[in-house]
Design a protein around this ligand. Structure first.
Ligand code: ATP
Ligand code: MG
Length: 377
């Protein structure tokens, strides 16, 4: 199953516009009225990758396959959703399946775009959403605990701890649960346990021209005032959903004219755009790794260089199982080299000749940016 990231925020803050900028096409209906989105939108997003294309060339592959995550856009969450305001909070069930949340907050002034409360107040808006998540989790945990003995004891103990925290207004991720404790309640999909990427939706000027000053202002006026911003689980960035969605729908010529009209240099760094930035932050908060297969495999067996996303530990044998059952059962050894090291050598054979390719066994734990070639019989 693909790793999913869910967007969250008040109605009409730009979630679907950001989704379209991320998907690089217009899939989601984005419009200037609250509750425009009802059913979730989902799109695959390629993980930004430093090595894949070059490795594909080195391996003379016909195609390269990037690792992807799924970006999920849901309805706006209204204040009072737990009491049924807006579309209520039942749709949060979609977000329970997501591994991290991207919390989008309006930080642009534009009188023509409706704000559900009539004023732009990022700190208040974030806390309102945080409260809705807290209340949703509280109800979810209570329902589970009501099942009494049907809930395994280890799980019940952790849930009781979470319930006490939530009652004090503490999100589950702030309770410092151990990995093992988290495992007992994994199936619950607690929203307040998920890492949060705060994205502040700013206007084009703040985003493109006044970037540094905007970042400083957001840190001092918003992030530093948040009660539950934990830098060990949460990160933040700025986006400009409207301008970014316009950028991705333009041809290169139109884009040049558009950037010039905004007073932005043509060599504007595309790595600042959300479809690049946000997956990077996802990788950061979830500790994701990328590894590669393809180079080193004889061309008659594979003509594809593929990036694989790891969201937890994986052994060489585990990777073999992901590729094919026969490769797993016939596993002999794994040839491993880091992508950067392989590219320095120019060819797989050159890397082999200098002894740079290591031989690893079944139990080898894959590391970020490993290029792996499994030998099997
Ligand atoms: N940075 C921005 N500056 C100005 N306007 C913006 C910006 N980002 C989004 N908008 C505008 O805000 C309006 C609402 O956008 P959108 O439909 O994407 O919001 P949403 O959060 O998905 O809303 P809903 O919760 O109703 O689904 C649109 O008119 C969009 O063009
Ligand atoms: Mg929407």
């Amino acid at each position: 199953m693909k790793l999913k990231i869910g967007t969250l925020g008040l109605p009409n803050v730009g979630k679907s516009t950001l989704f379209n900028a991320m998907a690089q096409q217009s899939i989601a209906q984005a419009a200037n009225f609250p509750f425009c989105t009802i059913d979730p939108n989902v799109t695959p997003i390629a993980m930004p990758d430093l090595y894949l294309e070059e490795l594909g060339k080195l391996g003379k592959s016909i195609k390269t396959v990037p690792a992807t995550i799924e970006w999920v856009d849901v309805a706006g969450l209204a204040k009072g959703a737990h009491r049924g305001e807006g579309l209520g909070n039942r749709f949060l069930g979609t977000l329970r399946e997501c591994r991290a949340l991207c919390h989008l907050t309006r930080a642009f002034e534009d009188e023509s775009v409706v704000h559900v409360d009539g004023k732009v107040d990022p700190v208040g808006d974030i806390e309102a959403i945080a409260l809705e998540l807290l209340l949703a989790d509280q109800a979810h945990v209570e329902r589970r605990l009501e099942r009494g003995d049907k809930v395994p004891e280890e799980e019940r103990t952790v849930l009781e701890q979470v319930a006490s925290g939530l009652a004090l207004g503490k999100p589950a991720r702030s309770l410092q649960l151990t990995k093992e404790e988290q495992l007992h309640i994994r199936g619950m999909g607690l929203l307040t346990l998920k890492p949060v990427i705060h994205a502040f939706n700013v206007d084009e000027c703040d985003y493109l021209l006044d970037r540094e000053a905007t970042l400083e202002r957001i840190q001092s006026e918003i992030v530093s005032k948040l009660e539950f911003f934990d830098p060990t689980t949460d990160v933040w960035t700025i986006v400009s959903a409207k301008v970014e969605s316009e950028m991705v729908s333009k041809s290169p010529e139109e884009l040049a004219v558009y950037l010039e009209s905004l007073g932005v240099e043509e060599d504007f760094d595309r790595k600042l755009l959300s479809y690049h930035q946000l997956p990077q932050l996802v990788a950061h908060v979830l500790g994701l790794k990328l590894i590669y297969t393809g180079p080193g495999v004889p061309p008659e067996r594979s003509q594809t260089t593929k990036a694989h996303l790891l969201s937890g530990p994986l052994t060489a044998e585990g990777l073999a199982g992901r590729i094919h059952g026969e490769i797993e059962s016939g596993f002999i050894k794994a040839e491993v080299i880091s992508a950067a090291n392989l590219l320095e050598h120019g060819t797989y054979n050159a890397a082999k000749d200098t002894g740079s390719i290591r031989m690893e066994g079944r139990e080898y734990q894959l590391e970020n940016n490993d290029v792996v070639c499994i030998k099997w019989k």
